[in-house]
Design a protein around this ligand. Sequence first.
Ligand SMILES: CC(C)(COP(=O)(O)OP(=O)(O)OC[C@H]1O[C@@H](n2cnc3c(N)ncnc32)[C@H](O)[C@@H]1OP(=O)(O)O)[C@@H](O)C(=O)NCCC(=O)NCCS
Length: 169
Amino acid sequence: MDSGLLIRQARVEDAGRLRELGVAGWETTYAGFLRPENRRAYLNGAFWSVERLSAISEARNCTTLVAEVEGRVMGFLTLEPHVSGDIELTRFYVDPKMRGRGVGSELWHAALAQLTAGGTRAILVNVFGDNRDGRRFYERLGVALIEETTSVVGDQTVYDVWYRLTVDP
Ligand SMILES: CC(C)(COP(=O)(O)OP(=O)(O)OC[C@H]1O[C@@H](n2cnc3c(N)ncnc32)[C@H](O)[C@@H]1OP(=O)(O)O)[C@@H](O)C(=O)NCCC(=O)NCCS
């Protein structure tokens, strides 16, 4: 990725744009395996609400990083505590127009650096099993597949996978 890219902590006022990026991700990448009414129902739920995204941006036990390209937020990720004691990557979206140009990798490496500095043991990632592009991204970075399962979105049962990466101290 060339210059013009800035990775920074999210601010509360970014929440609307984070939601927009999440919606764009669901409406492109997930359209092949999640029916429109189920995508819509999930996107209208608490997980993608501006209120929740604002709260996570401010929460001391969560991390939200954004990637600005020439002053515009074009990607972001959120990290939240998981019951296992690991940290979970809960949202990771790059604007469809900017994908495949290194923005996601920059965000990922910035997150890992922050987790390493904070003494985190491992990062967990939950991905829809049919999200081949997303899975390729993690696998290329050496993140290990640890579980294949299913989850429910609206009235659909979908193939679901978990990945884990041990964070080097
Ligand atoms: C996954 C994602 C965050 C990666 O960000 P990115 O900026 O596209 O990633 P980078 O440019 O740093 O890396 C490119 C790699 O990502 C993967 N990738 C995923 N989706 C891609 C896309 N639409 N175009 C190109 N590469 C994509 C590929 O493995 C690619 O590697 P390759 O060039 O060797 O094929 C982004 O593609 C995205 O928002 N996808 C949709 C939402 C999603 O799947 N999120 C993760 C779910 S947990």
